[in-house]
Design a protein around this ligand. Structure first.
Ligand code: NAG
Ligand code: NAG
Ligand code: NAG
Ligand code: NAG
Ligand code: NAG
Length: 353
């Protein structure tokens, strides 16, 4: 059929005067252009439909979860003491983006070349172990002692290299030997496994010479996810450790979340509509061959401390809500129109180095 139509059109043009043919030709080109238009508009339409379906799915999940009562309670505001700790540990997370702390400067002070860790720079600190450029995942960060605040700090950097991006997108879940039936994001788990031996050896030594110091594990973004696995394993080994994460993505299933949440001393901070804690999205169901729908493939640890204010704004005690539950739409998970800008601001420009 198309062949015949083309032939007819060709024959028709022979019946026209030359100037009329000139009018017909652009028409043909316009129809080719329109095919492209149809392609583009159907792709855009398809994308819009997917976004709409995800949004509807989001709302349905919200209704189901609220009905099931998993949507835990919300406490408005935090203490001045807790706000102070959030500020300090955010700056330790920021410091792991500064290459001066991650390479070969073991023994030196923790510094931020972008000027975004003044509280850390005011303290008497010393870098104990630094790591980067690991073969598989490029897991990066440092172990340091802080003699002013009496801390041993382990800080993990967020995504900053192509290898980190490959790690982030390794969405398959693997069985972690952390807890029974725990399924963990493969990329985050491999990152921790690569760093594990050097970090625990360094931590064991440092803790031996500073037995009264509190162990703090921190990180932003990908670094927050690795920090969570690190803290979980250290505590399982019998050492106390507090976890402070900033804009961490979801890192595993409900078994993992329940295990880490039950350990306590978890402070998972999110900021406004930061996109990263909404990833991987809730739309992936956890389908169990025996029971069918067994929750979501990826959920968060609890509680969440949600900063409600915007970018480049000093955070005060009343700007933070504490929310419980592995899925809670009262905080970051319930925000629409996710933002990358909100990911880069916590108590300062956290990725500035
Ligand atoms: C430390 O690393 C920097 C770059 O990262 C390099 O230029 C310098 O030579 C290294 N120093 C030592 C002593 O290895
Ligand atoms: C662990 O430390 C050793 C000795 O410093 C080093 O050669 C190795 O690359 C480190 N491993 C990782 C994954 O950073
Ligand atoms: C990604 O996943 C594959 C298996 O699917 C694994 O072999 C590989 O090591 C992973 N890579 C990283 C960087 O995590
Ligand atoms: C550090 O100490 C823990 C708990 O005692 C132990 O399980 C782990 O093997 C030690 N790690 C290293 C590398 O020595
Ligand atoms: C944070 O970064 C933004 C954008 O680069 C900049 O405009 C702002 O002044 C920075 N804020 C602080 C407190 O450094």
């Amino acid at each position: 059929m198309p062949g015949r139509r083309e032939k007819l059109e060709h024959d028709d043009t022979n019946l026209l005067l030359p100037n009329q043919r000139a009018i017909i030709k652009p028409k043909k080109r316009r129809s080719k252009c329109c095919i492209a238009c149809i392609w583009i508009s159907s792709i855009l339409g398809g994308l819009a439909a997917i976004v709409l379906l995800m949004y509807i799915g989001h709302l349905i999940f919200e209704i189901i979860i609220n009905k099931r009562g998993d949507n835990g309670k919300t406490i408005s505001g935090v203490s001045t003491d807790l706000l102070g700790r959030f500020n300090l540990y955010e700056q330790y997370a920021a410091a792991s983006y500064c290459s001066v702390n991650n390479g070969n400067s073991t023994g030196s002070k923790i510094r931020c070349t972008a000027g975004n860790c003044p509280l850390v720079e005011q303290a008497d600190t010393q870098s104990v172990m630094e790591f980067q450029h690991s073969l598989n995942t490029d897991v990066t960060g440092f172990v340091a002692v802080d003699n002013t605040n009496k801390l041993v700090v382990i800080s993990f950097r967020g995504t900053d290299s192509d290898q980190n991006i490959i790690t982030d997108t390794n969405l398959t879940r693997v069985n972690a030997d952390l807890c029974p039936n725990c399924l963990v994001h493969q990329g985050f788990w491999e990152s921790w496994i690569e760093a594990r031996d050097n970090i625990t050896a360094s931590l064991n030594d440092t803790k031996k010479s500073n037995p009264t110091y509190e162990v703090i594990v921190t990180g932003h973004s990908l670094g927050g996810a690795i920090a969570t696995l690190c803290a979980a394993e250290i505590r399982k080994g019998g050492m106390k450790a507090s976890l402070y994460t900033f804009g961490s993505p979801r890192l595993g299933d409900t078994h993992l979340s329940t295990f880490i949440t039950a350990q306590g001393s978890n402070y998972r901070l999110t900021h406004a509509n930061d996109i990263v804690p909404n990833l991987p999205p809730l739309v992936f169901p956890n389908l169990d061959v025996h029971t069918g729908f067994a929750g979501f493939a990826y959920v968060h640890i609890s509680p969440e401390y949600h900063i409600k204010t915007g970018n480049d704004v000093v955070v005060t005690v009343k700007d933070i809500d504490e929310l419980s539950g592995e899925v809670n739409f009262g905080g970051n998970t319930g925000t629409l129109l996710p933002s990358i800008g909100a990911h880069k601001w916590y108590f300062g420009n956290i990725t500035a180095c």
